[in-house]
Design a protein around this ligand. Structure first.
Ligand code: GDP
Ligand code: MN
Length: 384
């Protein structure tokens, strides 16, 4: 679960990480009041579950409370499109008004989990700010990644090593190491999968402040943190993904036009690779799961077809617990209950009851290419 910057900053505050003074608002009048209290010179920040706001006009420095109100009004009535959102953007329902801080240096500090190493890693760079992706790409030696031992956590020698890498004044190393250590506490005690502070600012008068904060909580750990579930903001979720979640379907919307329906997350990833290798582009990731039944398959197809861009559907099923004939019946059910015209289906079906499944599909009258392997599937997906 992603949370908003203002929520993330409240967690940071609880763990002793300094953040700029500020307040979240959802009307321009409130924006005016808060900006007034902060002295008029403020930064106005759209609260959305996406990065890249700065470059997209979602973070603005203003010089008066009336200007703050005006910018707030513009943001609240817009969808913010950033490099991390789809082309429709995400709605801005809240805006954070903060004191302007005197930025001397912008650092990058993040904690996340390296799934391959099965460890928490700390990632830092002295070149934080809006160009961090370019730094990582072009100057990887300016980024330090350290693995942390789960029993020792952010031990003092590691936090000192991280802080020392950041090329700050020697007086800053200890306070910086302390902030890094507190950020690790935030990460672990809230079961985060990401805590990313970009920028962590060194101010002109030598203070360390988290000017931005992106935090993601591990969904599977949310039951341990009932207090965090109030941070859930459904307005930021993709409507198709919300619909899928209702039926227990793992669905991630993508930008292409080939709908994908698969059982198993690994097979779903491979299916997207095959789709791409054919020169086509997947419209989604979708895993119906091993224990799906006919109605779940049908719902999954309906969700895929909510996306108007979808012009073909690639169904890749390895029948095990989920039998192929069940999938075929689910497809038939969806085809009878959908308003729009059913697009061509490319179906690769193997495993339990595959012959029965194929027979149902062949008799269905639907526009179906039954393929035997992934090579044939890729050929059928090539744009005609
Ligand atoms: P992001 O683009 O979504 O990551 O949003 P950020 O919160 O990181 O804001 C983008 C940029 O705005 C930061 O990298 C800073 O350079 C700048 N910024 C944000 N807050 C302040 C501030 O209080 N003072 C100054 N001078 N710059 C700020
Ligand atoms: Mn940022």
């Amino acid at each position: 679960m992603k949370i908003h910057e203002y929520q993330a900053k409240s967690l940071l505050g609880k763990h002793g990480v300094p953040v700029p003074e500020g307040q979240v608002v959802n009307t321009q009048n409130e924006a005016m009041d808060v900006a007034e209290k902060l002295g008029g010179n403020v930064v106005v920040k759209a609260q959305v579950h996406a990065g890249g706001r700065g470059k997209a006009g979602g973070v603005k420095l203003v010089g008066s409370s009336s200007e703050a109100a005006q910018v707030c009004n513009e943001l609240l009535n817009s969808n913010l499109v950033t490099i991390q959102t789809g082309s429709d953007g995400v709605p801005v329902d809240k805006v954070l008004i903060e004191e302007i801080i005197d930025v001397k240096k912008e650092l990058y500090v993040a904690f996340t989990i390296d799934g391959v190493k099965k460890k928490v890693v700390a990632i830092v760079s002295e070149f934080g700010g809006m160009e961090i992706e370019e730094v990582a790409e072009n100057n990887p030696d300016k980024v330090l990644t350290l693995e942390l031992d789960s029993s020792l956590g952010a031990s003092p020698y590691k936090t000192r090593k991280l802080a020392s890498f950041l090329n700050v004044d020697v007086k800053q190393i200890r306070p910086l190491a302390n902030v890094i250590s507190s950020l690790y506490d935030v990460f672990v005690s809230n079961d985060c999968s990401l805590v990313e502070i970009n920028p962590l600012v060194i101010t002109g008068d030598g203070r360390v402040l988290a000017a931005d904060a992106k935090i993601t909580i591990d969904d599977d750990a949310l039951f341990r943190h009932p207090n965090l579930s109030e941070f859930y903001d459904p307005a930021q979720e993709d409507p198709f993904e919300k619909q899928a979640a209702k039926f227990g379907i793992s669905y991630v919307k993508l930008d292409g036009d080939i709908g994908c329906l698969v059982n198993g997350a690994g097979l779903a990833m491979a299916t997207m690779d095959v789709t791409r290798s054919s020169g086509a582009s997947p419209a989604n990731f979708l895993d119906v799961g091993g224990g799906a039944d006919e109605s779940k398959v049908s719902e999954a197809l309906k969700i895929i077809l909510l996306d108007e861009k979808v012009k073909k559907i690639f169904i890749n099923i390895f029948g095990g617990i989920l039998k192929c004939d069940i999938v075929a019946r689910g497809i038939l059910d969806a085809s009878r209950n959908i308003d729009r015209e059913f697009p061509e289906l490319v179906v690769r079906m193997l495993g339990t009851n595959f012959d029965e499944g194929r027979e149902i599909l062949m008799k269905s009258g639907l526009n179906i290419s039954l393929v035997n392997d992934l090579k044939e599937a890729a050929d059928s997906l090539k744009s005609d």
